[in-house]
Design a protein around this ligand. Sequence first.
Ligand SMILES: Nc1ncnc2c1ncn2[C@@H]1O[C@H](COP(=O)(O)OP(=O)(O)OP(=O)(O)O)[C@@H](O)[C@H]1O
Length: 311
Amino acid sequence: MIAQPVIAIEGVTVRFGGTEALRDVTLHVNAGEFCALVGPSGSGKSTLMKLVNRLVVPSAGAVRVRGRDVGQEAAPVLRRSIGYAMQSVGLFPHRTVADNIGTVPRLLGWDAARIARRVEELLALLRLDPGMATRLPRALSGGQAQRVGIARALAADPDILLMDEPFGAVDPITRRELRAEMRRIHAETGKTILLVTHDPEEALELATHVVVLRDGRIEADGAPAELVAPDAAPFVRDLLGGGQPGLRWLSLLPARGALDPRPAPAGAPVLARDASLADALSRLAESGDEAVAMEGEAGSVRAEGILGARR
Ligand SMILES: Nc1ncnc2c1ncn2[C@@H]1O[C@H](COP(=O)(O)OP(=O)(O)OP(=O)(O)O)[C@@H](O)[C@H]1O
């Protein structure tokens, strides 16, 4: 049996009055994928995401979630089954953190003890202090509020999570921490995640599957390293490459793939086993050595091996 995509957007066009926000878009997202939607402002990213929980209805084409046409399901039931986190967070200001997180479980009729246990679990998962449960949203920092927003989206353990710029309003350090949390949560829970982001680095770092939109169409769709490889389309490389697509590409390729049987010279820097080719290059540049070692490996990584990854 062929696995069915969890999210299937089939030939969808969305018109808002005279604007065509999406034009004949087809996208399949499989279970457990972390799919990032990127593209210039106005290219249709949020519209595409909102098709999934029926906040937007297609003008043509079909949207299926878990094999069922979303138009056939009651919107509130569909929305309760899909986690949704967004940049503005949208926490209820007069409800405590615990009440905010418990919103969907309450709607689903969970009993108070079960909700309390779940809130506790989620605070721990998002690395929030348990004492925060009784605070009101105004007593949280921006980063804490975004974590609570993500906890709320995860509360009823949905298999699908939609995230629209969920780390938008925080400083770069908190953003990096939240990204690491999301990577961990994805690895631990295996949820299907759809993420809209303006940050190409975020998309490349988190996603298993990146979708590039341009003027309401899918311009490219693939694994992160494919989209910044030297043979990728120039528009896509420019959008994702951050001015240095070559380095970004190397940052997505494992240094292990360039291991050379020759040992590194004594005292050479040692790379972690999950280091990228860009990490290896950076260590070579810093140390001035001809080779770097790798944890647990007898061989070394050398400049010629890094450049050889191109071929
Ligand atoms: N409810 C709406 N009514 C009218 N036009 C809309 C509506 N929602 C989106 N649009 C238009 O559809 C197009 C795509 O918008 P969308 O929000 O999907 O883009 P985006 O890629 O998410 O943009 P951004 O990165 O700026 O958030 C834009 O031209 C936008 O103005």
